[in-house]
Design a protein around this ligand. Sequence first.
Ligand code: OSB
Ligand code: MG
Length: 368
Amino acid sequence: MKIKKAEILKLQIPLSNPFRVSFGTITKREIIFLKLYDQSGLIGYGESANLSLPIYEPEFNDSMILLLKNYLIPNILNKNISSINSLEKTYNSIRGNNFAKTALESGFWHLQSLKTNKSLRQLWGGKKTKIPVAISIGLGTNLKNSINRVIKYIETYQPKRAKLKIKPGIDVKLVSAIRKKYPNLPIFVDANSAYTLKDINIFKKLDKLNLLMIEQPLRFDDLIDHSILQKKIKTPICLDESINSYHSAKQAIQLKACKIINIKPQRVGGYWQAKKISQLATKYKIPVWCGGMIESGWGQLLNCNIATLKNFKYENDICLSKWYLADDILEKPIPEKNGVININEANKLFKINQKKLKKYTIEKIIVK
Ligand code: OSB
Ligand code: MG
């Protein structure tokens, strides 16, 4: 394919409900969206949802725009990009900045899918047709309303498992209360890096609450402290922020820093890298699942396709629009039944509602 022109869009979609985690609160969902114009007249759409500030990972939405505009897009314009390898070669010398790379890479995959008439699942080699998804429940402003919030979400959506966000002060008591009310519900927690090894007593207490896993308890870039913590608790540690490449996944496995990996394609530099990490994890019997950042329906569809690969063993954080977004840019919402998405049904929905795309675009840059 040959890309003649690109548009970088910054979308802002309101949330129906603020999403509060240990590092901050998301009230409007800012998402980087890309339109790639191929010489044959096709348009590929890419999405990579990061945050407005570097509070999750060092990268953030405006840094993505800068790199896409000044480097990643100019570097592919009018070149013959025949494969994912030739695309990755155009940015392999760029360190990090994985979310920006994924915006470009996902647009490339959409074009590949249009050109070959194959679904992303087929292009990526996924075999599953049913994708389990479940909700991630944000914090409230204090312990009491955090508990009430979790109960409300569980009662409303009846998820097969619940992921609870925790932070110092809203952790053991929150999880104990929910465990007591729902003794058999699979539950896990996500700390988004809010603790240190000094908090071992908290982890010992969480360890007794029969949790599926504890996601990213320690520093966003740490592996060694996680491996120390993993030796002291039975509950599997699942790494999110710390896994930002194939290399860090390999090191985490070698160090036994985790027993489960949350693969967020944007965070690891794209869907192809996500596939490679899932293959590596398979080799070492480390189950994975697909993480999310509250994508638009478009990003949810991309993530559903990667979650069809065989080592995606748990419910995925593919945040359905009805859970947090006040609106979406797809023509039709992704159908879900009892926490399961049928991929063949979902793959019919790769259609953008242009009116809504326009309505939610707050910034647009043309590169040609
Ligand atoms: O750690 O998984 C995370 C949202 C923003 C930033 C980080 C995270 C999240 C979520 C959202 O947990 C979960 C979802 O999209 O379903
Ligand atoms: Mg997480």
